[in-house]
Design a protein around this ligand. Structure first.
Ligand code: F6P
Length: 327
């Protein structure tokens, strides 16, 4: 039998739509299992500053549909120091918290892993990032909503691109990963995608342009992942293309933080709910230092170490689809 009576929950790193649904599931999952729950404001910074408060079932009413995070988020520099983590631990002990649930991305889990080791403290992670770049899970909370935001924006740009027969470079987020660009590209019918995972991308694009892939099309869209390896992002790439291919009328749009906001999709809400409850139940089963993941729509437990050590790769079949479908 586990000795856990009280848990705390926080969100850290870049916010993602569906984080609120996950907080709600953690809080209600805990109360359902007769545990007390504390919320922590502003991620690890809040732990260090002892910014914790008691949460009830009512604290999470009417939030499943909201983007952002009611707990607020931060990227804590102090938590990277042993002194900062010691303060955080002291505050958890002082508040009689026995275990912690962290919702965030790889930076969040890297902190959680060290903290768990240093203090032998039970921590479970829930993957929340629009980047979908965590190894060991098919999916991270917020990715689906962000994808839908991307395709909504690209559809709109397509209207004007088509009216003027233009070539658009649209930059999407994703940090060092091309998941948003790849699936966003397929779903919006993009002619090409530039992703950090593929080195020879410019060559590929250049060949396409030289072969005149626009010839029979009224518009062309290239989705550029912000971490692309050519350098300079969509703006620089578009400049290069405009210089080398004066026959194209080139424009650029950077989607930016619009991708992080908005009401979460049904898929994000349901998965966040599943993962939130699974995190609490994992703690009650004496699990620690694991990320809750989803593989083939089933919950899995992935050690932090494994999730952080490995790099998730893009599905080559999806990459191929872009070429096949852009003829
Ligand atoms: O990790 C989520 C993310 O939105 C990335 O896609 C992006 O590179 C980064 O966060 C932006 O961070 P910030 O909001 O701190 O500018």
């Amino acid at each position: 039998m586990t000795g856990i009576k009280k848990i705390a929950v926080l969100t850290s790193g870049g916010d993602a739509p569906g984080m609120n649904a996950a907080i709600r599931a953690v809080v209600r999952g805990a109360i359902y299992n007769d545990l007390q729950v504390m919320g922590v404001y502003r991620g690890y910074d809040g732990l260090i500053k002892n910014d914790l408060f008691e949460m009830t079932s009512k604290s999470v009413s009417n939030i499943i549909q909201q983007g952002g995070t009611i707990l607020k988020s931060a990227r804590s520099k102090e938590f990277r120091t042993p002194e900062g983590r010691k303060l955080a631990h002291d505050n958890l002990v002082q508040n009689e918290v026995d275990a912690l649930v962290v919702i965030g991305g790889d930076g969040t889990f890297a902190g959680a892993r060290i903290f768990g080791l240093e203090f032998n403290f039970p921590v479970v992670g829930i993957p929340g990032t629009i980047d979908n770049d965590l190894y060991g899970t098919d999916y991270t909370i917020g990715y689906d909503t962000a994808l839908n935001t991307v395709i909504d924006a690209v559809d709109k740009i397509r209207d004007t691109a088509s009216a003027h027969s233009r070539l658009f470079f649209i930059e999407v987020m994703g940090r060092d990963a091309g998941f948003l660009a790849l699936r966003g590209g397929i779903a919006s019918g993009a002619e090409a995608v530039l992703v950090p995972e593929i080195d020879t991308d410019y060559q590929h694009l250049d060949t396409f342009l030289r072969n005149g892939f626009k010839k029979e099309k009224s518009s062309s869209i290239v989705l550029v992942a912000e971490g692309e390896k050519i350098g300079g992002g969509a703006i620089k790439i578009a400049e290069k293309v405009a210089q080398e291919h004066p026959n194209y009328d080139v424009r650029v749009t950077i989607l930016g933080h619009i991708q992080r906001g908005g009401s979460p999709s049904a898929y994000d809400r349901v998965s966040a709910s599943q993962m939130g409850v699974a995190a609490v139940e994992a703690l009650l089963d004496d699990q620690k230092s694991i990320m809750i993941g989803m593989v083939n729509r089933e919950i899995v437990f992935v050690p932090f170490n494994k999730a952080l050590k490995n790099k998730k790769s893009l599905n080559p079949d999806l990459l191929r689809l872009i070429d096949v479908l852009s003829i």
